[in-house]
Design a binder for this molecule. Sequence first.
Ligand code: FES
Length: 70
Amino acid sequence: MTETTIKVRESGPYLVRGPLTLTDADGNVYAAAGENVALCRCGGSATKPFCDGSHRSNGFHATERAPVAE
Ligand code: FES
């Protein structure tokens, strides 16, 4: 079984890799999702929920990291 992972890109999108089903609020499936998807988290994409690269020019800045266990 393949694991689906989500990577939070620094000042960029969520990169989803692995089997997934992406739906809108009504449950309709985005056919373009495939198994590698970049989801916008800056709010600036013209193609939401997908990233269109706008984060590079709209001043989006996010550098959070997961807490590291000691
Ligand atoms: S994260 Fe890329 S356009 Fe929003």
